[in-house]
Structures are given as C-alpha cells and as structure tokens.
Design a protein around this ligand. Structure first.
Ligand code: G6P
Length: 474
C-alpha cells in the first residue's frame, strides 16, 4: 500500500510497441516529471495514469493489475489504467480538451461552439466513468491515511469520488490551467458546472498556479454553488466541509535544465543552427501547436515588425517551434494548417536568395529546441491565456542575455512581468513593437533583466512545488 499517490491523465512514462511485439519505454519530458522523479525516489510513491497508446496498454496488460513496479525508471511505481477506448476518447478529447480546456482558456470564438446536446450528455457520462476508474484505482492502492495528489482538469471529479470511497485519505487537487471567471464558467450546463466544482471541493486542498486563477475558482464557487468563500484566508466552505485553496507557482530546476542543455546532442544542434542562420539575430518561440498559445498572432506580429522595420531585413530570423498536439481534434489540425500558412506567407513576402525570415519546426525535437533557447536574442511567449507557461521560465535560464516578450495573460507574468516586455496577446501591433524593443534593447539592460528573470524562474522548482503541497496536506 502506498503513502503518497499521484494521479494524472498523462503519466511519467510511455511505452512503444515495436513490430516484433517488444515494448520500449520512454520517460516523459517536462519539468513536472523530472521534478517529481527526485521526490518519488525517496518516497514510497505510486503514480496512477491512463494508458494512452497501444504500447501503454500492452505494458499495462503484462503487469499484474496494470502496476509497473520500478521497472528501470526513477518515477516510482506506475499503474496504467486501461480505460475502454470509447470512454477514454469522449472523456479526454470531447470533455477535457474540447470543453473544459476551451472554457478555462476563453477559447470560444467559433460559431455554434460550444453546444451542449444529447451527444454531450453521453460524453459527460464517459468523463464521469473515466474519473470513477481513477478514483477506484486510487482507493484500492492507497494505504490508510495516504496523501493523494490529483492533477488537472481531466480528473476534476476524482477528489469527491475518492472521499466517498475512502474518507481516511488526505486529498489534494491541482489545476495546471487558468480558471475561468464565472461569466465564462457559466457557459457549461448548470449540473456540469456544479459537479465540477463539487468534485474539486471534495479535496482538502485545491491548488492553483497563481492567485488570479485561485480567485476565479473561488468566485465560481460563490456564484454557482453559493459557497462560503474566505478570500483572505483562502478557504471555500460548502456542504459542511471546508477546502483550503492554495497558490503554488511552478518554476524550473535550473541545474537539471542546464545539465540537459549542455549535452552533446544539444551542442551539435547549436552548431547546425548557427550554420543555418549565420550571425543573424534570433527571435525564438517554442510551443505545442495549441490554440491558446496564439502562434498565428505571433507570426502576424513578426510580419508587422518586418513591414515596419526594413532595416532588419536579412538581419533577423524567427525560429518557431510548433510541436504537434492533440491531433484527434479538428480545431488543432486546422490550427496547425493556419500556422503553416502564415509562416509560408511571410516566406513568400520577404524571403531572399540568402535569407529565410522564418524557420518553422513542426516536429517534436527537444534537443533542437534547447539549442534554440541557448541562441535566442528575443523569446516570444504570447498565449491568449496560460496557467503558468514554463517556456517563459526555461528561456531566461538558458539564455540569460535574451529579452522576453511575454503575454500579460500568462500565469508567469505574475512572477516575471516586471522584467519582461509585457504585451496584450490580442494586440498584434504592440507585440510587433515589443519584438523590436527586445532586439534593440542595450546589451547591459538585457543582461540585467535576464538575470532577474532567471532568478525568478528558478525560485520555485518542481520538487518544492510538490513538497509544499504535500506539507499542506499534513
Ligand atoms: C497542459 C495540461 C497537461 C497536459 C499538457 C499536454 O499543460 O495542463 O495536463 O498533459 O497540456 O497536453 P496533452 O493533451 O498532450 O496531455
């Protein structure tokens, strides 16, 4: 039985099934997995996640109860849940990613969306069943009085379900996304909104990345549930129970990031990139191809900058990484095409024989993106809305002499805003002006701001983020 459990849709490892039937394992990227690995080694921790691929399902079936005990990885034991594909698809794609993600990122500007009809009714039932599968597995695995850390919008119902099964457990929920203000949250059908809020309030501790998202959650609890909210002491009381609301910013582990960014594969990407762009200045962005990341307006801003500043033609390159993401959803496939179209238009308008104004990378290439960070002169991070945004934190660590153009709607702006060039993400002209300001910023000023940005970015490394929440559950 385990004393500490983590639950998330995407787990710390994934398996690939080769043609000969063998399985190979890969550790997931990202600060959270690396940060928790450090903690997991010392604690008797179990990570419960969904099997996301054929390889994962194969691995889960081979292991008794789907539990993979320390099979050569450093993230503690893992239990992968083999959830029936239709239930998984409706819960993950239709509810979590097309509905909850869209509401929390204010992404509704498409005609006829959102629409809640009979189909959504079935999708919502699947979301309930998927949350139930997690709650049951956690209830089965947790030792008496164990602490359970439930992650993100995929698993909003788990805390209340788990409390029903195992009132002895101490449960935390953490939202890695923004939280919508009540007028947006109310787009959801009444019963769905109530169940989501009451689901999270089943936890003893509900965590958010910034005070702004925690405040929006408390506003929703008050407006939708009529809950008692103490904004100063940060508690929500509803149905006779009180849930503490925590603000836990998440930063990067600078040493671990640098250790990876100095490896030979990154160094050779740096050499290759330098060969490709020469001594031109670099504006870098690194994102999943995600609607909330606002890549199209970012490219429009670069285009406007080129139009306003012909003196920079031939002297600057925009290196844009837009990794594939959530391609089961048509909106994401269309967005990927729109990003490619915009980059092509800039190319058509400005490219010369020896100058490619924009280099778009659409394949996942982590070492190449680390190389890009290290070479950046300006880092562009302009999401419409973002829970935190770790690119805004990784960049200044790896390139302390670069300028950061940062959306004021990213959670990271709360910690970095003072030293970044803050922009309204909808304002393409202001973003273009900020790109220019970043390029012409005197070297000493960039270094001064860069040092402050790097210090703020590393102030709350993942292991601290996790141990603070564990402590809050004691
Ligand atoms: C966001 C979410 C995470 C999620 C990640 C990647 O950061 O908060 O929970 O894992 O996006 O999205 P994906 O759908 O590929 O897991």
């Amino acid at each position: 039985m385990n004393a500490i459990l983590v639950a998330s849709n995407r787990g710390p490892v994934s398996f690939t099934l080769s043609e000969d039937g063998s399985l190979s394992m890969r550790r997931g990227g990202g600060g959270l997995v690396s940060g928790l690995a450090e903690v997991a080694r010392d604690l008797n921790m179990l990570w419960v996640c969904a099997a996301l691929s054929d390889g994962d399902r194969g691995a889960a079936r081979l292991a008794p109860g789907g539990r993979l005990d320390h099979a050569g990885y450093d993230t503690g034991a893992v239990r992968m849940l083999d959830i029936p594909p239709t239930i998984f698809h409706r819960a993950y794609n239709a509810v979590a990613n097309s509905t909850l993600w869209f509401v929390n990122h204010l992404l509704y500007d498409t005609p006829n969306r959102p629409q809640f009809d009979a189909r959504f009714g079935r999708e919502w039932e699947s979301y309930q069943a998927y949350n139930e599968a997690f709650a049951m597995a956690l209830a089965e695995e947790a030792g008496h009085g164990a602490r359970v850390m439930v992650q993100d919008y995929h698993l909003s119902l788990v805390p209340a379900m788990l409390r029903g099964e195992r009132p002895d457990l101490r449960v935390a929920h953490f939202s890695h996304t923004p939280w919508a203000p009540p007028e947006y949250f109310n787009l959801l059908p009444d019963d769905v909104g109530i169940e989501l809020l009451e689901g999270i309030l089943g936890a003893d501790h509900a965590g958010f990345l910034t005070a702004r998202w925690a405040g929006a959650f408390m506003d929703c609890c008050e407006a939708v549930l009529g809950a008692g909210v103490d904004r100063v002491g940060r508690t929500v009381t509803h149905g006779g129970r009180t849930t503490r609301i925590g603000v836990h910013g998440l930063g990067v582990d600078g040493d671990a990031l640098w250790a990876r960014a100095r490896e030979p594969d990154v160094e050779s990407h740096m050499t290759a990139l330098r060969d490709q762009v020469g001594d031109r200045r670099l504006i870098v962005r690194i994102d999943r191809t995600e609607l909330s990341k606002n890549i199209v307006r970012g490219l429009a801003a670069y285009r406007e900058f080129l139009s306003a500043h012909p003196e920079w033609h031939g002297r600057v390159v925009h290196l844009a990484f837009a990794y594939p993401s959530r391609h089961d959803l048509p909106e994401y496939r269309e967005y990927t095409a729109a990003v490619q179209r915009c980059a092509q238009e800039i190319e058509d308008e400005y490219a010369t024989e020896d100058w490619a104004p924009v280099i778009l990378n659409v394949h996942d290439d982590y070492p190449r993106s680390l190389a890009a960070y290290r070479l950046a002169d300006v880092l562009l991070v302009n999401p419409i809305r973002d829970g935190m945004n770790l690119v805004a934190k990784e960049g200044p660590v790896l390139s302390p002499n670069s300028a950061l153009v940062l959306s004021r709607e990213a959670g990271a702006a709360a910690e970095l805003g003072e030293h970044a060039l803050l922009v309204n993400p909808y304002d393409v002209s202001a973003t273009a002006a900020a790109l220019h300001a970043g390029l012409v910023m005197p070297e000493a000023e960039r270094a001064r701001r860069g040092a402050l940005l790097a210090a703020a970015a590393t102030a709350l490394p993942p292991h601290r983020w996790f141990s603070d929440q564990l402590a809050a559950l004691k």
